[in-house]
Design a protein around this ligand. Structure first.
Ligand code: PHE
Length: 350
């Protein structure tokens, strides 16, 4: 009986070992025959209940079978390990010569890029960068810049006034508004710094405006100011030409047209030859070949006075250029509102 049992165990276990594909399956086979409750273990344990002669005979055979099965399992286990190692190596293999995936990273807004570029160009020509508050007093925004108190020019700029208690009774130095241009910083700066001076004032400005493709309620200006003993329109022209050339990375013609600003005299409007069609006439410049880009002029004597300088001793030019406009020209952007819409499909292109 026991003899048959050993044979059966040998056959069954042998087949099962052979069939095993994984270490887990093999472990189950081991437990079934050689584990604590395994069939062969049971036989080995029951040996001491047998008569001596039978015990010696059976014991020998059972132990041989045990050794045999242990060896077979060890051998199979080695084979399985070898196989899985090979296939997992296959799965993990990778080509180290393939270029890595570039992580997606953000970048600066096109207006910030343009502002940086403008700063870089002017700095290389000896200009420093100044700043002023966006919430400004009516005095700095208008009075100090020689706007007469009831002058329609104040309305011309579509100002966003701040609601204040008893506003009418406040002095203009206490009346608040969102600055309509960066020109108030001219006065603020001259008050604090003795000329000669060369500055640009990049910054955000605000106007009470109905928005459309070329108008926004807030946009950016780059103000320029140069003050010295002898400064002329010729200096202005040379500097602005150089700036435009470097900003647009091509030579552009400019022209000055007489204009009016209360804080400059004489005043002019600057046009440049359309960078799209190089002055030939296209839809961007409305077939004129020229584009209006900035206001400028020689600093008005009253502005010097309001800033505490004697206008007899100093001369200077000032200009204010729309950064949005310049950037739109540079990248052929047709709608100013795209800058402020936060649409990544637009922003991602710069
Ligand atoms: N501040 C003017 C504007 O907002 C531009 C300007 C600046 C004109 C400096 C003359 C001198 O349009």
């Amino acid at each position: 009986m026991a003899k048959i049992d050993l044979k059966t165990i040998k056959n069954k276990a042998g087949k099962e070992i052979k069939k095993s594909q994984t270490l887990k399956e093999l472990d189950r086979v081991f437990k079934r025959y050689l584990g604590k409750k395994g069939d062969l273990s049971w036989i080995l344990r029951s040996l001491n209940k047998m008569p001596k002669t039978k015990r010696i005979k059976m014991g020998k055979k059972a132990n041989q079978l045990k050794e045999f099965l242990e060896e077979a399992i060890a051998k199979k286990s080695g084979e399985i390990r070898k196989k899985t190692k090979k296939s997992s190596e296959g799965r993990e293999w990778f080509d180290i010569t393939i270029p890595g995936k570039k992580p997606v990273s953000g970048h600066l807004h096109p207006l910030t890029q343009a502002k940086k570029k403008a700063e870089e160009i002017f700095q290389s020509m000896g200009f420093s960068i100044a700043e002023g508050p966006e919430l400004e007093s009516e005095w700095y925004n208008f009075d100090a810049l020689n706007f007469p108190s009831e002058h329609p020019a104040r309305e011309m700029q579509d100002t966003l006034f701040i609601k204040q208690k008893n506003r009418e009774r406040l002095p203009s130095t206490a009346k608040l508004l969102m600055r309509t241009h960066t020109s108030p910083v001219q006065v603020r700066y001259i008050k604090e710094n003795q000329p000669p001076l060369r500055i640009i004032i990049p910054g955000r400005v605000f106007r009470h405006e109905a928005t459309d493709v070329s108008h926004e309620i807030n946009f950016y200006h780059v103000e320029g100011l140069m003050v010295d003993k002898k400064i002329s329109v010729a200096n202005f022209k040379a500097i602005i030409k150089e700036f435009l050339k470097r900003f647009f990375e091509k030579e552009l013609k400019i022209r000055l047209r007489p204009s009016y600003f209360p804080f400059t005299e004489p005043s002019f409007e600057i046009d440049f030859s359309c960078p799209m069609c190089r002055g030939k006439g296209c839809s961007i410049c409305k077939k004129r070949g020229w584009l209006e880009i900035m206001g400028a002029g020689m600093v008005h004597p009253n502005v010097f006075k309001n800033a505490g300088l004697n206008p007899k001793n100093w001369q200077g030019f000032a200009f204010g250029v729309g950064l949005d406009r310049l950037t739109m020209m540079k990248y052929k952007i047709s709608d100013i509102r795209l800058f402020y819409g936060g649409d990544l499909r637009f922003l991602i292109q710069f």
